[in-house]
Design a protein around this ligand. Structure first.
Ligand SMILES: Cc1cc2ncn([C@H]3O[C@H](COP(=O)(O)O)[C@@H](O)[C@H]3O)c2cc1C
Ligand SMILES: O=C(O)c1cccnc1
Length: 346
C-alpha cells in the first residue's frame, strides 16, 4: 500500500448547511450538544442534509494470534482466540449481542489465528495470511511482504463492503496478547516510553504488568530507528490482523465512508493509518474511551473525543457498536425535528 497524498475531508459545504439546519431546529441553540454535532458530521460524510438513516452498518472483527501471548503478557491463554472466533460466528459473543441489539452486521475474519479454522464458513477463513505473528520483543512480527498482503486484504474487504452499500464501518479485534503489539505501535509512532502505554489488557496482575511493560520496552529497543516508515513499523511491532485493520481504515477513508472506531487495537491502527494516509482521520469517530492508556494517547494524537466513556475494555468492536445509538440520535434530530421558523408564524 502506497503512502497517499492527503485524503480530502467530508464536504465542508455540506457541513456548513448541516450546521445551519441544526441552528434552526426547534430547540434552543446548542441544546442538543454533541448529539446535534454528530448529526451534522454524518450529513457532511454522506454529502447530504438531512443525513440518511444509518441502516447499513458493518463491523469487521480482525482475528489473529500473537507470539507475545506465550510470554506472560495476558491474563488468558492463547486458545481463547480460536474459541472466541467460534463464539462470534455462533452469535454468542459480547459484540454479537450488542450488534443484534443495534442492527449491525458482523463479520469475523481469520487473518492470522494459530488454530485451523477451516471447518468455518469461507467468508471467515478464506483470506488467512499466516498462522500467528512473531513475538515482537524477539523477532519481527511479519515480513514486509506479509504486511503488504495484510494491508491489501483489509483494503479489499473495506472496498467490498462499500461497494455493497455499507454506510458506516467499524473495526473490531480478537486475539489474545493483542494489546501488547497495539500499545507498542502507539509508543513507536508517538515516541512514548513503554511505561506510558502499558495497560492491564484482559486484567493482568502487577507482575504481569511489569512483564508486559518489559516486553514492550524490549521490542521498542530492538527496532529502534526502524519505525518511521509505517509499513516497517507494522512488520517490526504489529501483526497481520493489525495490518489488515490499518488497510481497512485507509481504504474506507479513501472511499469516503465514515468509520466508528473501537478500543485500543482499533485506535492504534487508526494512528498508523493516519501516518500512511494523512487526513484519513477526518472520516473517523471514536466510539468509546477504553481503560487502556495507549488508547488515550492515540485518541489525543488523532484529536478524537470518544462518544462514550463507560469503562469498557472488551474489544471485538463492542465499544463502537455500543456508541452507535448516539450517532443515530444525531441523524434522527437533523431529520425529524421541525425548524423553529416552521412552528413560529412570523
Ligand atoms: C474471553 C475473552 C473474550 C475477549 N474478547 C475480546 N478480548 C480481547 O482481549 C484480548 C486482548 O487482551 P490481552 O492483550 O490482555 O490478551 C483480545 O483477545 C481482545 O480481543 C477478549 C479476551 C477474553 C479473555
Ligand atoms: O481497548 C480495548 O479494546 C481492549 C482492552 C483490553 C482488552 N481487549 C480490548
Amino acid at each position: 500500500m502506497e503512502k497517499s497524498s492527503r485524503i480530502a475531508p467530508p464536504s465542508p459545504d455540506v457541513a456548513a448547511l448541516a450546521h445551519e439546519r441544526l441552528a434552526g431546529l426547534a430547540t434552543p441553540p446548542g441544546a442538543l450538544g454533541r448529539v446535534g454535532e454528530l448529526g451534522a458530521w454524518v450529513a457532511a460524510a454522506q454529502g447530504e442534509v438531512p443525513p440518511r438513516p444509518l441502516d447499513d452498518v458493518r463491523l469487521v472483527v480482525f482475528a489473529g494470534d500473537h507470539g507475545v501471548a506465550a510470554h506472560g503478557v495476558s491474563a488468558y491463554p492463547a486458545a481463547i482466540t480460536e474459541a472466541m472466533v467460534r463464539t462470534i460466528v455462533a452469535g454468542k459473543a459480547g459484540v454479537t449481542a450488542l450488534a443484534q441489539a443495534h442492527g449491525v452486521s458482523v463479520t469475523v475474519l481469520d487473518v492470522a489465528v494459530d488454530a485451523d479454522l477451516s471447518d468455518l464458513p469461507a467468508e471467515v477463513t478464506a483470506r488467512k495470511v499466516r498462522r500467528g505473528s512473531g513475538a515482537i520483543h524477539l523477532e519481527d512480527a511479519l515480513s514486509r511482504e506479509e504486511v503488504e498482503a495484510s494491508l491489501a486484504l483489509g483494503a479489499t474487504v473495506a472496498g467490498e463492503l462499500v461497494d455493497d452499500g455499507a454506510q458506516l464501518l467499524m473495526t473490531g479485534d480478537l486475539g489474545i496478547g493483542n494489546t501488547t503489539p497495539a500499545a507498542a505501535l502507539v509508543a513507536a509512532v508517538l515516541g512514548l516510553p513503554a511505561d506510558e502505554v502499558t495497560g492491564r489488557g484482559t486484567g493482568i496482575d502487577d507482575d504481569g504488568w511489569v512483564r508486559k511493560r518489559d516486553v514492550i520496552a524490549t521490542a521498542l529497543q530492538r527496532v529502534e530507528g526502524r519505525t518511521d516508515d509505517p509499513v516497517d513499523g507494522l512488520a517490526a511491532l504489529g501483526s497481520a490482523d493489525l495490518a489488515a485493520t490499518v488497510g481497512f481504515l485507509v481504504e474506507s477513508s479513501r472511499r469516503g465512508v465514515p468509520v466508528l472506531l473501537d478500543g485500543l487495537m482499533s485506535v492504534a491502527c487508526a494512528v498508523v493509518a493516519e501516518a500512511i494516509a494523512p487526513g484519513a482521520s477526518a472520516w473517523w469517530l471514536a466510539g468509546h474511551r477504553s481503560t487502556e492508556p495507549a488508547q488515550a494517547h492515540a485518541l489525543k494524537s488523532l484529536d478524537l473525543e470518544p462518544l462514550l466513556d463507560v469503562g469498557m475494555r472488551l474489544g471485538e468492536g463492542s465499544g463502537a457498536v455500543a456508541a452507535l445509538p448516539v450517532l443515530r440520535s444525531g441523524v434522527a434530530v437533523l431529520r425529524d425535528v421541525a425548524l423553529l421558523s416552521e412552528i413560529m408564524p412570523s
